[in-house]
Write a protein that binds this ligand. Structure first.
Ligand SMILES: Cc1cc2nc3c(=O)[nH]c(=O)nc-3n(C[C@H](O)[C@H](O)[C@H](O)COP(=O)(O)OP(=O)(O)OC[C@H]3O[C@@H](n4cnc5c(N)ncnc54)[C@H](O)[C@@H]3O)c2cc1C
Length: 412
């Protein structure tokens, strides 16, 4: 194998782009390949209508003071709101929850996090459902929130993994779209698009990455594809990856978190309407919504976990109906006349290049993020959101793991 570049980087999401920039900064030569027709991966903004960006993937710059993207946004002239902790503004049908009910909901969730922290401190890597208060009157809402935060249901996620997330309560949305920010920041990085890696041959002489556009040789490889993609076997390895690496990918599966957007013909909400609202109908799954985010004339509802997966399988029309019925429940049937037929519905589980939304450690597997990130023979390196312990499941977590991986290989 003759090495054409120092590192072949597979995947041009937040991690792959950060890796390319870090390699550039350290004088390493690289070849970045991307299977899709665009850069950004799970950071992706589309226009609901001209001048109305809507994020399909990441939306909030989480833990903003520890996140490199706000500074990038400043440099590139993107705008964002410095939001703190998110407010739920609950509706049960048309009835707005009282302050006392909101307090009860939040106390219950704080109690769940306290129980998770206690279990984690004792080293108990068990399912969140084993320690959360299942008798709490708002348990369905709490379970739904876990499904948004982790893209899985509480019985599928590890206490220690949830506890390890470093949340500063600064969640800053980007007016032009977080996906547009990542794409704008990555625009100066040379990348070969529509070039899926199909097979990776590796050994002491380096790597050869076989793609649909030809072979690329390098001294090392940095793989940033999602854990579901890695576990799917869609990229063949010769020799095969060791079992411990595939087990790590399998223990950090991507679940489902989807976004359903509907364009409004006009603003149907009165001046008193909140900009975010969690809509519930008795006995059914809640849905958190953004009502005209940044003043754009659309609404977005978010789904997660098994329910999100079920809705994704039911299809875009069923998803739009689902959100519509809950909007009608909260704001009355007149709202139907304000909803246009234009919608954007994500289907991340079905996305061929991610196969899901973001990773969570399964119960008992919280140590697997470090295992996933561990290089093999100083030849194969790994990065991406699933490698991050502190910021798992986020765009900046992906970024930071990639910089760490490039630093690791530059130091060899
Ligand atoms: C609906 C949704 C909402 C989210 N909300 C937030 C949020 O508010 N804030 C936040 O920080 N994060 C959020 N996230 C998570 C965040 O988007 C991801 O964690 C992050 O973008 C992942 O980056 P990555 O580089 O690790 O992976 P990816 O973005 O998946 O990049 C991997 C790249 O590899 C490419 N690839 C796959 N297979 C191959 C192959 N064979 N050959 C070449 N290339 C290949 C893929 O096309 C992809 O571009 C959200 C995600 C979703 C889905």
């Amino acid at each position: 194998m003759s090495a054409d570049v120092d590192v072949v980087i597979v995947g041009a999401g937040a991690a792959g782009l950060a890796a390319a920039k870090a390699a550039q900064g350290r004088g390493l030569t690289f070849h970045l390949i991307e299977a899709a027709h665009r850069i950004g991966g799970r950071a992706y903004t589309e226009e609901m209508a001209p001048g109305m960006p809507m994020d399909l993937g990441c939306h909030w710059m989480h833990s903003a003071s520890l996140n490199p993207f706000p500074a990038i946004a400043d440099r590139l002239g993107f705008h964002y709101r410095r939001d703190g902790a998110w407010r739920m503004n609950g509706f049960m049908g048309a009835r707005r929850l009282t302050e006392a009910e909101h307090a009860e909901v939040h106390r219950g969730m704080a109690g769940n996090y306290a129980a998770i922290a206690k279990a984690a401190a004792r080293g108990e890597d068990v399912a969140v459902s084993e320690v959360m208060d299942l008798d709490h009157p708002w348990v369905a809402l709490h379970a739904y929130w876990f499904s948004l935060g982790t893209s899985h249901d509480p019985d599928e996620i590890s206490t220690i993994d949830v506890d390890a997330y470093n949340d500063t309560d600064e969640n800053w949305p980007v007016r032009e779209g977080y996906g547009a920010l990542v794409a704008g920041w990555g625009a100066d990085v040379p990348v070969t698009l529509n070039a899926a890696a199909t097979r990776i041959r590796w050994g002491s002489g380096g790597v050869v990455v076989e793609t649909v556009k030809g072979n690329i040789a390098g001294r090392r490889l940095l793989l940033t594809v999602s854990t579901n993609l890695l576990a799917s076997g869609r990229i063949a390895f010769d020799p095969p990856l060791p079992d411990w690496k595939l087990a790590a990918a399998g223990a950090l599966p991507l679940g489902v978190h989807n976004r359903i957007g509907i364009l409004l013909k006009r603003n149907p909400f009165g001046p008193e309407a909140p900009t975010s609202a969690t809509l519930m109908l008795d006995g059914e799954m809640p849905i958190a919504t953004q009502l005209r985010p940044f003043g754009y004339d659309y609404v977005v509802g978010v789904t997660g976990g098994r329910h999100g997966a079920w809705l994704e399988r039911a299809g875009a029309a069923a998803s739009v109906d689902y959100l519509t019925e809950r909007l009608v429940g909260a704001f009355g049937s007149d709202i139907r006349a304000a909803l246009s037929t234009r919608s954007i519905v994500t289907a991340w589980a079905g996305d061929p290049w991610t196969l899901g939304s973001y990773s969570s450690a399964s119960p008992g597997a919280s140590d697997q993020r470090a295992v996933l990130a561990r290089p093999i023979d100083d030849i194969l390196f790994f990065a991406g959101e699933a490698c991050s312990v502190e910021f798992a499941g986020t765009a900046h977590g992906a970024y930071l793991t990639a910089v760490a991986a490039v630093e690791g290989m530059a130091g060899l």
